[in-house]
Design a protein around this ligand. Structure first.
Ligand SMILES: Cc1cc2nc3c(=O)[nH]c(=O)nc-3n(C[C@H](O)[C@H](O)[C@H](O)COP(=O)(O)OP(=O)(O)OC[C@H]3O[C@@H](n4cnc5c(N)ncnc54)[C@H](O)[C@@H]3O)c2cc1C
Length: 490
């Protein structure tokens, strides 16, 4: 039997691990350096002062196509479709609170502006796959310019916001094809007007990678976590993988195939080392662009403050010139901004998922569990210091307070992952997703999952795949699995 080592239990790592283990023709060992499974899609429990349990997600709070998309496909392929129950974002549908205007994702809507926006979604749904593919290597901004011109600033802004949440990037960068394909599929199979309004797995997002990992152990695979699961080096000889060194004692584990779910830059530059690759390949890896960095605040509150399941929130901008500036900024594709001058703002755009409205068991009775994510960079990787981390926490809180003024009086527990914490614990310099799905890095232009070293593969939101967040990583696993079936085990 081939010995397969997987580095990392994120959706990509646990997904490919489950697919291989379920096939039962290889010996799978998965290493995870954290004490929880799932990476950015993991969940963990925190206890409040009364000893009550709250389930918090590391990052991901909503899944676009739930059981009907690639996350569900993996579950189905490993025979665990029924192990995960889903709450779709319905009753109420996703809403957008946009500078004080409440916009609900309903198909029939009264206001003119919004019905125009829905019509754009309808138009996208009617586009053929070939028409959409033509946009793969153009930016969303270019698509908006052609479809909406410069007169629909608000509509452009709202779509840009949605796309930013889905793909963690700016409209000037995001591949229009990624957005169009995802929005079309989501609208068709989830019957939503929003590509991010999918749903939530009961029990928390971590249920998905945990179920994948369960499949690995049920099929005699091995999972090594925590300090012992920290892979320090991938050993290469004669351009072929030999195994890994892991844990404090740098114990050697032999492997015929190594699949890295650790980020692609760390894998190449640190775990393997530059000297094992050509100069061109090292340059290519170094030049790959990340998506936006993020931070995430989770709050447990002692009352039910909202009935919503999914809110995209843009706080009001008070000064008139601020509003004009913001709109002009988006309309011009954010090109005029000097990124080195950006300070931590007082308030910011948030994706808010009150997860206990999906699954009431995630908060004590009568309480609410609210998760938020906000971007902390805009097109350039930022090195935020510790003081800035605290400012970002305040920024998230201020934004929530501007939506619910008495919120602060009701907080009983909270947790905050700054960009620095995300980077230190889960890599990728603290970006939300991974290697950006920009027009020059999407679809055929994504990094290949097959490395130049024999037996070394990448499987994550950094290589291969397409789609939104977790689904990009799940697609990466499905694509690699297809490759293995056709090439490795033929
Ligand atoms: C705050 C936040 C909010 C998000 N919201 C959403 C959302 O609402 N919807 C959505 O679909 N997506 C969301 N995402 C994105 C989504 O979570 C990611 O795109 C996806 O989970 C990435 O999966 P991955 O397979 O690339 O691996 P990752 O999740 O990046 O996991 C990689 C794993 O590898 C491990 N690892 C790394 N190096 C080593 C090593 N040397 N040894 C052992 N283990 C190692 C890490 O510890 C980690 O567990 C969000 C992300 C964040 C951060």
């Amino acid at each position: 039997m081939k010995k397969i080592i997987i580095i990392g239990s994120g959706i990509g790592g646990s997904g490919i691990g489950a697919l291989i283990a379920n096939y039962n023709k290889a010996e799978v060992t998965l290493f995870e350096k954290n004490n929880i499974l799932g990476g950015r899609c993991g969940s963990y429990i925190k206890k409040d002062d009364q000893g009550r349990k709250w389930l918090f997600d590391v990052g991901c709070h909503t899944m676009a196509t739930c059981d009907k998309g690639p996350l569900g496909t993996i579950l189905e392929k490993i025979g665990k479709k029924d192990s995960v129950k889903w709450s779709y974002t319905r009753n109420p549908e996703p809403s957008q609170n946009f500078m004080g205007m409440e916009i609900r994702e309903k198909k029939k809507t009264k206001t003119k502006r919004i019905s125009k926006r829905i019509r754009l979604i309808d138009e996208i749904v009617k586009m053929s796959d070939e028409e959409i593919e033509k946009w793969n290597y153009f930016s969303l901004q270019e698509f908006f310019n052609e479809k909406l011109g410069s007169s629909h600033v608000i509509q452009t802004l709202i779509h840009s916001l949605q796309a930013g949440i889905c793909f963690g990037n700016l409209p000037t960068e995001i591949s229009a094809g990624e957005y169009l394909k995802s929005i079309k599929i989501n609208a068709l199979i989830m019957n939503h007007g929003s590509p991010v309004g999918g749903g939530y797995p009961m029990g928390g997002c971590g249920v998905i990678p945990e179920t994948y990992c369960q499949c690995i152990t049920e099929n005699d695979g091995n999972i090594i976590m925590g300090k012992d699961g920290n892979v320090r080096k991938i050993i290469i000889k004669d351009n072929e993988v030999k195994g890994v060194e892991a844990g404090p004692d740098k114990k050697f584990y032999e492997a015929d195939i190594i699949i890295s779910n650790s980020d692609i830059k760390t894998t190449v530059l640190n775990l393997v080392g530059e000297k094992f690759f050509s100069k061109e390949y090292v340059k290519y890896i170094k030049d790959l662009k990340w998506g936006l960095q993020v931070c995430t605040l989770k709050l447990g509150i002692d009352k039910v403050i909202t009935d919503q399941k999914h809110i995209t929130y843009v706080p009001p901008i008070n000064q008139e010139d601020g509003m004009e500036q913001a709109l002009a900024w988006i309309a011009e594709g954010m090109s005029e901004i000097d990124l080195s001058e950006i300070e931590v703002p007082e308030t910011s755009t948030l994706l808010i998922i009150p997860v206990s409205n999906h699954d009431p068991s995630l908060a004590p009775k009568g309480c609410q569990n609210i998760h938020t994510t906000t971007p902390t960079s805009f097109g350039k990787i930022m090195n935020w210091d510790k003081k800035s981390d605290e400012k970002w926490r305040k920024c998230c809180l201020n934004s929530l307070i501007s939506l619910w003024p008495d919120l602060e009086d009701h907080i009983i527990i909270s947790d905050f992952f700054s960009t620095n914490i995300l980077s230190a614990r889960f890599g990728k310099e603290g970006v939300g997703i991974g290697i950006s799905q920009s027009k020059d890095q999407a679809f055929e232009k994504r990094p290949s999952q097959i490395s130049p070293i024999k037996g070394l593969f990448y499987c994550s939101a950094d290589a291969g795949g397409w789609g939104i967040g977790t689904e990009l990583a799940a697609e990466s696993a499905l694509e690699l699995w297809e490759y293995f079936q056709s090439k490795q085990w033929k």
